[in-house]
Design a binder for this molecule. Structure first.
Ligand code: FES
Length: 573
């Protein structure tokens, strides 16, 4: 048994009389109908994140029930509690602004309440990163349970899943290839079950990285949200949490034993091999940063050079998360990468990654998960770019981009803000050709937009209608993991923080070289200095109170994981 106080006796409210505190706490707990006997058990806190504004978590109550079943059967007392929930498409200006708030909610509540171990349940884009950030420094064991991906649907004989297909059909609509009636029919068929986006978007990527890190039980990342196996995974997570809570203190596995430099490197490898979301770099930087583990973009490039893309999921390939589950799950990918992974990393199950992989069945569907020596791409899905336009780096998802555009110089067509973009991008008089580079400024972390997923700039309608499917687009924003295109993101430092991106003017030349990992603004220093002295556009309004003040006073750039400075390990600042 753990030598921490058990159950309600943990972390008593201090009235100067501990016996009175426990008596009072038990008395109020009994108001909820618990027997005195069950109140003696270790408590497993279930951090749940349901919300009427989060369809991806629609099945959360069922998952909570299944976790409770596992905890009760193994001798614990499960108590669920809500934290805030971040429904990706319902938040303004962007869910990214609230990821850190959710992480603080999770961190504070798991420590403030009498909890011996935690099952944290999340899924929609920012919720898993927020929970991992919030539990990274936890003083009790934590099992991460993922809500799981949506199942796919059909439209006139064609398989659909949010949200790569959302963007594909919207592109067709903008190009005039489909009409209002069809786009409205598609709208009702893209997201038809509970669960997270059905492709290798940010939610699925973070689910895979969570299992790779070892924070979720083996084999659980890809289970569809509505599959009975998902409920069994929830029950097993509850059971495992009580096992961890009952361990003697010296044997107890804490998140900091699992999230280590080596397991973070494994997560980066898997990110590259699955053609995962660019957002995951920011999130992993933030999670690791809570524990003083740096994530360097130079290291990402080195890993990318030797890590092949193996998974044929949209937006890189043609399949969906439910296909990955049927094809063998993430374990099939991990087995292919085995020679590159740090196999001595501990997982929440108590096994090392190597022990886990040795024990697994070897079946795999090669249509979905390719062999290491027969990859989709010989190099990783993501690459970091550096240069005079992005001194601290930028990201390109090359696995979802047009390689014909990788070595190119172009004329900048500049939009100074998202408002400016919306006002002008479809103007028939806009001077733009397919060889130009579209540049969006002031969409980074400290801008009024707060780094939304706006980096997937729409192709100007007149070019889309002429059949153009891709062109180079550059910004300090992020991009949905479900999107595709030759899109340079997370340019750092951002325009609003004085980065060179804010100095780009219409007609400037920019050179992109994926081969050289470079992105350069071809304007001489004297001219840039002259521009720097000009009054700034689109200044972030001053916030004098509330969460927005906290956010704008403390948010870091992309290379700091867009975390708050006071939450990141001080050694990394
Ligand atoms: Fe929730 Fe995509 S909107 S995962």
């Amino acid at each position: 048994m753990s030598d921490d106080p058990v159950g309600l006796a943990k972390g008593l409210t201090n009235y100067g009389d501990p016996d009175f505190s426990l008596y009072l706490r038990r008395s109020f707990a009994q108001a909820m109908g618990y027997s005195r006997e069950i109140l003696e058990r270790p408590i497993i806190g279930i951090a749940s994140s349901p919300s009427g504004f989060n369809p991806c978590h629609r099945h959360m109550p069922e998952l909570v029930d299944a976790v409770k079943r596992g905890v009760l059967a193994a001798g614990g007392l499960p108590i669920d509690f809500p934290t805030i929930s971040l429904g990706e498409t319902f938040l303004n200006p962007t869910s990214m602004m609230y990821r850190n708030l959710m992480s603080m909610d999770v961190e504070e509540m798991i420590h403030a309440q009498p909890i011996n171990a935690v099952v944290a349940i999340g899924g929609c884009d920012k919720t898993i990163p927020a929970q991992l950030m919030g539990v990274a420094n936890a003083t009790m064991p934590v099992v991460q349970l993922i809500t799981g991906p949506m199942s796919t649907s059909w439209h006139d004989g064609e398989r659909l899943g949010a949200c790569t297909d959302c963007r594909r059909f919207w592109g067709k609509y903008r190009a005039g290839e489909i009409d209002d009636v069809e786009i409205n029919r598609v709208e009702g068929r893209l997201a038809t079950t509970a669960g997270t986006c059905a492709v290798m978007g940010t939610a699925s990527t973070m689910a895979c990285l969570t299992e790779t890190l070892g924070m979720a039980l083996p084999g659980t990342a890809a289970i569809p949200a509505v599959h009975a196996d998902r409920l069994r995974a929830a029950e097993a997570s509850g059971k495992r949490a009580i096992e961890l809570a009952l361990m003697p203190k010296e044997k107890r596995i804490l998140p900091r034993d699992i999230i280590t430099e080596k397991s973070v490197e494994n997560a980066l490898r898997v990110l590259l091999a699955i053609g995962g979301s660019t957002n995951a770099i920011v999130h992993l930087t933030a999670v690791a940063g809570r524990l003083g583990i740096p994530v360097s973009l130079d290291r990402l490039n080195a890993l990318s050079d030797e890590t092949p893309v193996l998974v044929e999921l949209k937006p890189t390939g043609q399949y969906y998360m439910e296909d990955l589950y049927a094809a063998g799950g993430l374990g099939a990918v991990l087995r292919e990468l085995k020679g590159l992974l740090n196999l001595d990393c501990l997982t929440v199950s108590g096994e090392t990654l190597g022990e886990r992989l040795d024990a697994e069945r070897a079946w795999v569907d090669r249509k979905v998960v390719r062999a290491f020596d027969d990859p989709i791409e010989p190099q990783g899905g993501l690459v970091a770019l550096f240069g005079s336009l992005a001194p601290k780096g930028a990201i390109l998802k090359r696995s979802a981009a047009d390689s014909n555009l990788f070595e190119k110089e172009g004329r900048a067509i500049v939009f100074s803000s998202l408002e400016d973009l919306a006002a002008r991008v479809d103007d028939p008089d806009l001077d733009v050709t397919e060889d130009d580079f579209m540049v969006l400024q002031n969409a980074g972390p400290t801008s009024p937009a707060a780094m939304p997923e706006a980096g997937y700039l729409p192709i100007p309608k007149k070019l889309a209608r002429a059949g153009l499917k891709d062109m180079v687009r550059i910004s300090d924003a992020r991009m949905s993991g479900t999107a595709f295109g030759t899109i340079v993101l997370h340019v750092s430092p951002e325009a609003a923080a004085g980065g060179p991106l804010g100095l780009v003017r219409n007609g400037d030349r920019i050179r992109l070289s994926v081969k050289d990992r470079s992105i350069d603004l071809l304007v001489d220093d004297a001219e840039l200095e002259r521009r720097r002295a000009e009054p700034a556009d689109n200044v972030t309004p001053e916030h004098r109170r509330g969460y927005k003040k906290l956010y704008y006073d403390h948010v870091l750039q992309a290379d700091g994981g867009v975390d708050f400075d006071f939450l990141r390990d001080p050694d990394l600042l």
